[in-house]
Write a protein that binds this ligand. Structure first.
Ligand code: NAD
Ligand code: UGA
Length: 475
């Protein structure tokens, strides 16, 4: 049994593996961290000397990378070697929704988790603590354990067996993108699930380097796995709740900002996560709720499944409803019109576009026959192009020359000769738009659609804009 952890391997150098190991490396200089990934380009980007070109954008990340990289933090494609030398291995790989087969469209595709378990089983040496960092369906630890145990038994028949043993812990990650470094440095809680007290203590001791002991919660492994899914489901449910009420506010001349404030001041409800918007995006809320729905149905809890599925129904409805509003306000047709899209990332302060509401909204607008100028401060052109292209639809399957959208390099570049602008991401640079300047570049009657409730209506009206603001029935 290890008495202290000297060498940690993290499989998966993505939005979770990269930042979480960087913060751990910063707080635990005596431990060596090897973050490994099968994606060669991604590892090259983590190792780039140009800190503005790391594979993910997170405020504060490049500073810490600069401090720790190649001191006690390494990014590499040498997966087997780094598994062999690790005392503790975090599994931080992607867990998307299954696309085909049993449970397609709802269940989680565990093939990446399974392949990690097999790699660990093959290459680990001595005692290894395996930590589930990815978000997983409840009971996944059982599958990982049986793969690891299978190898242990097989190897024990081998003469050169090195008596490998494993403990499995669940330690889900609660960081949000855009605030990942702050969330990791000052987490609301750290959750560790497992039944091996020695391993739990070893992992706890790592977090105790910077997290108050009172915030470290230990549970059985199933409660830990399930808590992560439920935390995301509750957060997404709040957004669908407030978004459903944004529509009611528009119909009743009420204002969603005032309603959210009045409701959120009840300390039992709380003020956070009550901003109405174009619907939640991001790689996790949708897939985690779909997975929850699948699990509930699996256990015969069909009413519970139906209840949670509605969170997604409202999220889709909110996106579709925004498209209808834009078309209706622009006299029922946007064919031949030009629209500026401000923001493509699923939220501010990230370059991540996975499940961004902008994708669905832009595609629907393009289907209506308009052209789009899209500007996002951090999302690259190649990403926007690949998110919008779809070979199944002729209007989305165009060459660079023929396509009906353009990626713009600034707000002004985006609004030139447009009939309307739509704010889809809450980037701070959209808070104080220069309405006077923008107005000069647009075509009257100059509509602004603010799906994030961030513009100053009075200022915009002063320069003759027509305005639609989400949840605002009194414009
Ligand atoms: P990601 O897609 O950004 O990164 C996953 C990485 O794992 C990829 O680079 C992929 O190449 C690599 N990988 C997959 N299988 C591998 C293997 N067998 N060997 C080596 N590398 C392998 O995903 P992410 O956003 O970091 O999410 C990872 C997990 O964390 C998911 O379960 C997600 O639900 C959860 N999570 C994500 C967030 C978030 O904000 N993105 C927050 C909390 C939890
Ligand atoms: C979310 C959770 O907040 C994290 O705790 C969790 O670890 C993570 O999912 C995960 O498991 O992946 P994230 O998706 O990065 O984090 O970002 P959020 O801040 O939760 O925003 C999600 C979406 O909801 C965004 O599209 C955002 O714009 C939207 N949102 C958020 C609103 O529309 N209104 C709000 O009040 C808050």
């Amino acid at each position: 049994m290890a008495i202290s952890i000297k060498n940690i391997c993290c499989i998966g150098a993505g939005y979770v593996g990269g930042p979480s190991m960087t913060v751990m490396a910063d707080r635990c200089p005596e431990i060596t961290f090897n973050v490994v990934d099968k994606n060669i380009k991604r590892i090259e980007s983590w190792n780039t000397s140009d800190l503005n070109n790391l594979p993910i954008y997170e405020p504060g990340l490049s500073l810490l990378i600069n401090k720790c990289r190649n001191k006690n933090l390494y990014f590499s494609n040498e997966i087997e070697k780094n598994i062999s030398s690790a005392d503790m291995i975090f599994i931080s790989v992607n867990t998307p929704t299954k696309k085909t087969g049993l449970g397609a469209g709802q269940a989680i595709d565990l093939k990446w988790i399974e392949s990690c378990a097999r790699q660990i089983a093959m290459h680990a040496k001595g005692h290894t603590i395996v930590v589930e960092k990815s978000t997983l369906p409840v009971k996944t630890a059982q599958a990982i354990k049986s793969i690891l145990d299978g190898h242990t038994k097989k190897d024990s028949k081998n003469l050169d067996s090195d008596n490998k043993t494993f403990s499995i812990l669940s330690n889900p990650e609660f960081l949000a993108e855009g605030t990942a470094i702050d969330d990791l440095l000052s987490p609301d809680r750290i959750l560790i699930g497992g039944d091996d007290n020695n391993s739990i203590e070893l992992l706890k001791n790592i977090y105790l380097k910077w997290v108050d002991g009172g915030k470290i919660l230990t549970t059985d492994i199933w409660s830990s796995e399930l808590s992560k899914l439920i935390a995301n489901a509750f957060l997404a449910q709040r957004i669908s709740s407030i978004n459903s009420i944004s529509a009611l506010c528009e119909s009743t001349e009420a204002n969603i900002i005032d309603v959210a404030k009045a409701v959120g001041m009840d300390s039992r409800i709380g003020k956070n996560f009550l901003n109405s918007g174009p619907g939640f995006g991001g790689s996790c809320f949708k897939k985690d709720i779909l997975n929850l729905v699948y699990i509930c149905n699996y256990y015969g809890l069909n009413e519970v499944a139906d209840y949670w599925e509605k969170v997604i129904t409202i999220n889709n409805w909110q996106q579709n409803r925004i498209v209808s509003i834009v078309v209706n306000k622009l006299y029922g047709t946007i064919s031949g019109k030009k629209i500026a899209i401000l923001g493509f990332a699923f939220k501010a302060n990230t370059n991540d576009t996975r499940e961004s509401p902008a994708i669905n909204i832009c595609r629907q607008l393009l289907e209506e026959g308009c052209t789009l100028n899209i500007y996002d401060p951090k999302v690259k052109k190649e990403q926007i192009d690949s998110d919008l292209r779809d070979e199944n639809y002729s209007y989305l399957n165009k060459s660079d020359k023929e396509k009906t959208w353009k990626v713009s390099s600034s707000i002004i570049d985006a609004v030139k000769e447009t009939d309307a602008l739509i704010i889809l991401t809450d980037w701070s640079e959209f808070n104080n738009l220069d309405f006077q300047k923008i107005n000069k570049f647009m075509r009257p009657p100059c509509w602004i659609f603010d799906t994030r409730n961030i513009i100053n209506i009075n200022k915009a009206k002063k320069y003759g804009f027509n305005i639609w603001k989400i949840g605002n029935g009194n414009l």
